[in-house]
Design a protein around this ligand. Structure first.
Ligand code: ARG
Length: 463
């Protein structure tokens, strides 16, 4: 049954279907504990400021704590026939305390109430997401650590380019996730302001102490402007965009995994519990989890677009359209959290087919850049060296050879006098990787350094 707590000047209420249309409780009920937390801070301040009697404030505060406990213990079930979570809590309070309960909403509007609830919710949940990101990064780094010398082709344009190591590739992914974690920290720092006390849009004639409520709720400071406080949702946009960016990262990692799991690549063997069969083809082992993460990234991009579209064109200050923000925001948070956990499980249990990776470094002339750089070390201008190496590759192809090392020194010297016996040492994928010691490069000790640096960053609290 639809319940309306107050109707103000209105004498008629929407019918059941219309009421359900405007109700948001099925979505905002997850804010229940934050709503109660905000109300406790508000009512304590009302008491301290003498806006309501001290003992009334105390009674309300205690009852709110009881309501929170009752909900947590399952003794009180949220009634989804109420318009939103704010009305539900005020309704319970009034039912239990009568007129004392009716004092809680002095100097407050659901407009600042919902704004504070969502910010509190994010302050609680973003650190949990950052922890998921840290653990996912740590999984990547510890798998990487086992593969510092596992050579594999690095790709550009999805064509074999230069040899790298599996560790180098996995650390590339981890570096992205570390920035994602820092991005959440930035968003968190910016949203850490308390909108409570902004009222419907224009504050209050009552002597509210906004510093006190902000402090009590653990915010860095109160928001600067009451209209901005109830109208803007840039914090939701920012957090959803953090989610969307992270999902796009995961989607790309999953695309690599899906390719690697093909027989054509054959670089990875996913554990059976992280694969699915086919309803018709008995032989199939499909990378569905990776595909679903890739698919769900589209959904989170959609959440971001929903919010951008929702906000564009809204006149200041509050508009009811804003109620639609939570579904997209929560969906983005939930989808990212689940995807990070699935990605981690899938990756930690995968087996890498290192022999296939090594074999794939043969045959695509991945050593051609090493040949050019060998000649540069011997004094040849790079563009000339590039030409010589290209000519040597052409010679190989004409002779049906698949690796520059198959050419004799005499044959190489036909293209440049600068070639010596030591060229052959430079040609193995292993040697190529070991020589790429530039900061950020794939040499094993360098990747080990990158792993250490990322571990340090992942464990930092700030961005
Ligand atoms: N459910 C509403 C929301 O999420 C709460 C604020 C309602 N305010 C109002 N004036 N109708 O935005």
């Amino acid at each position: 049954m639809a319940q309306v707590l107050w109707s103000g000047r209105l004498s008629a209420t929407p019918d059941e279907e219309a009421f359900a249309f405007e109700s948001s409780i099925t979505v905002d009920q997850r804010l229940v504990l934050e709503d109660i937390e905000g109300s406790i801070a508000h009512v304590t301040m009302l008491g301290a400021q003498g806006i309501i009697p001290e003992e009334a404030a105390q009674k309300i505060g205690e009852e709110l704590k009881r309501i929170a406990a009752d909900i947590t213990e399952g003794k009180l079930v949220i009634d989804t026939g109420v318009e939103d979570i704010h009305s539900f809590i005020e309704g319970v309070l009034t039912a239990r305390l009568g007129d004392v309960g009716r004092m809680v909403h002095a100097g407050r509007s659901r407009n600042d109430q919902v704004a504070v609830d969502v910010r509190l919710y994010l302050k609680h949940h973003i650190p949990e997401l950052q922890e998921e990101l840290r653990q996912t990064g740590e999984t990547l780094l510890s798998v990487a650590e086992q593969h510092l010398t596992t050579v594999m082709p690095g790709y550009t344009h999805l064509q074999r380019a230069q040899p790298v190591t599996l560790a180098h590739h996995l650390v590339a992914w981890a570096a992205g996730l570390e920035r994602d974690r820092a991005r959440f920290a930035d968003a968190l720092a910016r949203l850490d302001e308390c909108p409570l006390g902004s009222g419907a849009l224009a504050g209050s004639t009552l002597p509210l102490d906004r510093e006190a409520t902000s402090r009590a709720l653990g915010f860095r400071r109160p928001t600067i402007n009451s209209m901005d406080s109830v109208a803007d949702r840039d914090f939701a946009l920012e957090v959803t965009s953090c989610c969307a960016i992270t999902m796009v990262h995961l989607s790309r990692f999953c695309e690599d995994i899906i390719l690697w799991a093909t027989e054509e690549f054959g670089f990875i063997e996913l554990a059976e519990q992280w694969s699915t069969g086919s309803s018709i083809m008995p032989q199939k082992k499909n990378p569905d989890f990776a595909e679903l993460i890739r698919g769900k990234s589209g959904r989170v991009t959609g959440d971001l677009v929903t919010l951008l579209t929702l906000l564009k064109g809204l006149p200041y200050a509050y508009d009811r359209d804003l109620q639609e923000d939570k579904e997209a925001l929560f969906d983005a948070l939930d989808t990212l959290r689940a995807s990070l956990r699935m990605f981690r499980g899938m990756l930690a249990s995968a087996r890498f087919r290192t022999e296939r990776m090594a074999r794939s470094c043969q045959g695509g002339f991945l050593e051609a850049t090493d040949v050019a750089e060998y000649l540069v070390r011997r004094g040849l201008p790079f563009r000339r060296a590039h030409e010589v190496a290209a000519q040597v590759v052409r010679d190989c192809i004409a002779a049906g050879q698949r690796h520059i090392g198959e050419r004799t020194l005499e044959q190489l010297r036909e293209r440049s006098e600068l070639f010596n016996e030591d060229i052959y040492e430079a040609l193995s994928p292993r040697a190529s990787v070991e020589r790429r010691r530039t900061a950020g490069g794939p040499a094993p000790e360098e990747v080990q350094r990158q792993i250490g640096e990322l571990r340090r960053r992942f464990s930092r609290k700030e961005g």
